[in-house]
Design a protein around this ligand. Structure first.
Ligand code: ASP
Length: 332
């Protein structure tokens, strides 16, 4: 009897210890961001540019943390963080969007709420200052999930969102990139370096809710109203409180065909993979094998994060309520 009591007491105590360790380990909130993946190497980066990227990524994380510590939800935080990056000319989204073949800026964005599985997305918008806000408004104020082009712009106006002259999106850097890409394509040269970019944010809030958002100018020199993975729910963006939140960046056509963001969630849900294994499987094995360049950021319901990429670099950062924080650009 005594042995039984002492054994069960030990069992209870060890369970309590385990529980308190995991309770301690689970952060109250987590933010993960990316500013695009691609041929981003130390060699083709200046010190000033590197510092500017790091500063902007830190600012985005700070804004996100402030939002979360003052009671903001995951979805509100995703919007606030992405707006910071959309308003910066550094990233291929909003102000820094790349040019299409016809010299225009056509932006895509999406957002998903892991609690309700509600989602909103926009494609090919040219005059809405913050496409992520429009994606959210589609989610909350329309009966649809995805709006595009002129209709999306009309809806934005009706909803009182900030509309700008399309010239607002002109930046000299992106214009030069377009010229370079066109030149290289004429010479049938590879163009990887100039084409990529996107911004994204995934969040776990203290209420246990996950959310994900992605915003992009797409790919330089895109034609015929091309739409990438960023506004496609399940491809570029996915969130589900039961599993994880994911935002992708990379060669959109591959991310659409391999349904990348949802695949991470499905591997966790149906195959019981950890977030890390699921994210690595799709980015480092599946996509890499077929030449699909890019990466993703993700956070699971327990606050674990994973940020794999199969390109030389990916602008990325994370912050946890536990004080853990990191901002990185290149491969470790
Ligand atoms: N995924 C984006 C697109 O294909 C671009 C990128 O993330 O680099 O439109």
């Amino acid at each position: 009897m005594n042995t039984f009591i002492s054994n069960s007491t030990i069992l209870v105590i060890s369970l309590l210890i385990q529980f308190s360790i995991s309770a301690q380990e689970k952060p109250e909130y987590v933010i993960v961001i990316h500013g695009g993946a691609g041929v981003i190497t130390k060699e083709n980066m200046t010190d000033e540019k590197e510092a500017a990227y790091i500063q902007k990524l830190n600012e985005a994380l700070r804004v996100g943390a402030k939002n979360l510590t003052t009671g903001g939800t995951a979805i509100e935080t995703v919007i606030a963080v992405i707006k910071i990056m959309e308003d910066s000319p550094l990233f291929n989204a909003g102000k820094g969007a790349v040019f299409t073949h016809d010299g225009k800026n056509e932006m895509d964005a999406s957002i998903m709420d892991g609690k309700t599985l509600n989602a909103g997305a926009v494609a090919g918008v040219s005059d809405v200052k913050n496409p992520i806000t429009l994606a959210y408004t589609v989610m909350t104020k329309s009966n649809h999930v995805m709006l595009s082009g002129k209709g999306a712009s009309k809806f934005a106006k009706e909803q009182g969102l900030e509309i700008v002259d399309p010239k607002y999106f002109y930046t000299e850097n992106r214009w030069k990139s377009l010229q370079k890409v066109i030149e290289r394509e004429k010479k049938k040269l590879e163009n990887e370096k100039e084409k990529h970019g996107t911004v994204g944010c995934v969040v776990l809030d203290k209420y246990g809710n996950l959310a994900a958002g992605t915003s992009t100018g797409g790919m330089t020199n895109k034609q015929y109203g091309r739409i990438g993975d960023s506004p496609v729910i399940g491809a570029g963006t996915y969130a589900n409180n039961a599993t994880c939140a994911v935002s992708c960046t990379g060669h959109g056509e591959f991310f659409i065909r391999y349904v990348v963001a949802y695949t991470v969630s499905a591997l966790m849900e149906y195959k019981n993979l950890s977030l890390k294994d699921a994210a690595n499987e799709i980015i480092s094995n599946k996509l890499k094998a077929v030449g699909g360049t890019g990466g993703l950021i993700s956070v699971d319901k327990n606050g674990n994060i994973s940020m794999p990429f199969n390109t030389p670099g990916m602008f990325r950062g994370y912050l946890k309520s536990t004080g853990e924080k990191g901002v990185m650009i290149y491969k470790d």
